[in-house]
Design a binder for this molecule. Structure first.
Ligand code: UFG
Length: 317
């Protein structure tokens, strides 16, 4: 298959590029390098492209005639989306609309979309399955939910087929050490803790200790980035298998760990102690996000390989 991996220079996208290439697919990364890194694209072709640029998209669709598009190119910071919502609606929602238009115009009708647990907001029940009501509490989650809604209409009207994957908390690195997670500035819990372990930061802050959770700190479901990438390949194979329906899947490991628990686990695994500061809440954070991935297991054969949070952390050490 010829695959466009939009956002292939980013954290999850670069892992996807590697796995898709090793699985024998022809891989083309499209990225504007706004948050990604050119040197993270280790396999396949690279094409500079901003998804807002319709002419450039059309040129690339004509050049490669891809069988499917995997779309990882989005801003994804909950806190930033609260202070700069325009950036999120413009890139994530308008940019994706533009990408979908180019797909339809060029008769490419297979789409894999990276959505997020943030579409759910604060959970009404746990674990969160695909039927759970969607009430996002931050612009990031809203920007992604709008795309999910657009996709339903694009399927009905234009026959665009899609698999939406809603990630819970992507974490870990490729075991080879070739690929990493690099954000500037870094805001994610595990990379920040690892910086603290290495002495690159003085302390790790816990954002809020008065949430309605087991120890008052936010609870998240961490899933290894290569497990996410593997199931994307299963998703694209499903789409290419013929006359199939569009699908939506939640992806996590089904177990929640609080911020305090994650800090303790890193201390245990690394044998290093470090300073922890109890800080104010960060705006836009739901208290608990834990996935039910039963549907992906039943229908796609999703089978996480690095499913213990300790093993996810070990890939970072
Ligand atoms: N946290 C801290 N201290 C830090 C950084 C984070 O206490 O220094 C807390 C956050 O408040 C949150 C938890 O650790 O409660 C996890 O935070 P991350 O920033 O690592 O991840 P998020 O849960 O905010 O978001 C991630 C992705 C989103 C996605 C979401 C879905 O960045 O794109 O998971 O669960 F929507």
């Amino acid at each position: 298959m010829t695959l466009f991996i939009v956002g292939g220079a980013g954290y999850i996208g670069s892992h996807m590029v590697k796995l898709a290439h090793l699985a024998g697919h022809k891989v083309i990364t499209l990225d504007n390098l706004s948050t990604g890194h050119r040197d993270a694209v280790l396999y396949g072709a690279f094409e500079y492209c901003d998804i807002q640029d319709a002419n450039r998209l059309n040129e690339l669709f004509k050049k490669y005639t891809p069988d499917a598009v995997m779309h990882f190119s989005a801003y994804s910071l909950v806190g930033e989306s609260m202070s700069d919502p325009y950036k999120y609606y413009n890139n994530n929602t308008v940019g994706t609309l533009n990408l979908l238009k180019a797909m339809i115009d060029n008769d490419c009708k297979n789409f894999i979309f990276s959505s997020t647990a943030a579409v759910f907001g604060n959970p009404e029940y746990i674990p969160i399955d695909e039927k759970h009501p969607k009430n996002p509490i931050n612009p990031y989650g809203k920007s992604k939910l709008m795309i999910e809604q657009m996709l339903e209409d694009f399927d009905s009207a234009y026959g665009l087929k899609y698999v939406v994957f809603r990630y819970f908390n992507a974490a870990g690195h490729d075991e080879s050490g070739e690929l990493t997670e690099r954000h500037d500035p870094e805001t994610h819990l595990l990379p920040l803790i690892m910086q603290t372990v290495r002495g690159e930061r003085e302390a790790i802050s816990i954002y809020g200790n008065d949430y309605d959770t087991k120890d008052g700190t936010c609870v998240r479901d961490y899933i290894h980035v290569n497990d996410l990438s593997r199931v994307h390949l299963q998703g694209v194979e499903y789409l290419m298998s013929g006359d199939v329906d569009s699908k939506v899947y939640n992806l996590g490991n089904g177990e929640g760990f609080s911020v305090k628990e994650i800090i303790e686990k890193v201390k245990e695994i690394t044998g290093k102690d470090f300073k922890v500061i109890e800080d104010e809440r960060r705006a836009g954070d739901p208290d608990t996000l834990i996935a039910s991935s039963q549907r992906a297991k039943d229908e796609l054969g999703f089978k996480p390989e690095v499913d213990r949070v300790e093993d996810i952390i070990k890939t970072l050490v």
